[in-house]
Design a protein around this ligand. Structure first.
Ligand code: UDP
Ligand code: MG
Length: 136
């Protein structure tokens, strides 16, 4: 039985700034992800606060929202079999230092805050996050 899913991916400001957009997209495509929709945007801090609301009590919340709104980002809907987990695996651990060889964060992440990509962490959150950026 097939289990095609969609997930939300963001190429974060540190990666867009270093012109890594195409290299990161190649990594997704090489793993069989289809980029269903994409757009390059810059968001307001208030939008970042909404997007990351789940983290609002964390000490890093303010810096995280400042950072995500600090420059252009590329938001994408990725699709494939088990896309949510597959994307998390391809991204690697939140802290690039802990990320495995061959993952995006290992290859391109600078630090735990500038870790180059975001990916939804569950099928339910993927739906919410896709709606957040692509519902018109
Ligand atoms: N983050 C941070 N400091 C921390 C933990 C997280 O700056 O100690 C940032 C980091 O950019 C991370 C984001 O907050 O990607 C969201 O955190 P989460 O735990 O959801 O990690 P992710 O799902 O992105 O791996
Ligand atoms: Mg997360």
């Amino acid at each position: 039985m097939s289990n095609t899913e969609q997930t939300l991916s963001i190429i974060k400001p540190d990666a867009v700034e270093r012109n890594l957009e195409n290299e990161i997209k190649e990594m997704f495509k090489n793993k069989g992800f289809v980029i269903v929709k994409e757009k390059k945007i810059q968001i307001e801090k208030s939008e970042a606060e909404k997007f990351y609301k789940v983290h609002e009590t964390k000490p890093f919340y303010n810096d995280l929202c400042t950072y995500l709104s600090s420059g252009p980002i590329v938001v994408m809907i990725l699709e494939k079999e088990s896309a949510v987990l597959g994307n998390r695996e391809l991204m690697g651990a939140t802290n690039p230092t802990d990320a495995e060889e061959g993952t995006i964060r290992k290859k391109y992440g600078i630090s735990i805050d500038k870790n180059s990509v975001h990916g939804s962490d569950s099928v339910d959150n993927a739906k919410i996050e896709i709606d957040f950026f692509f519902k018109d």
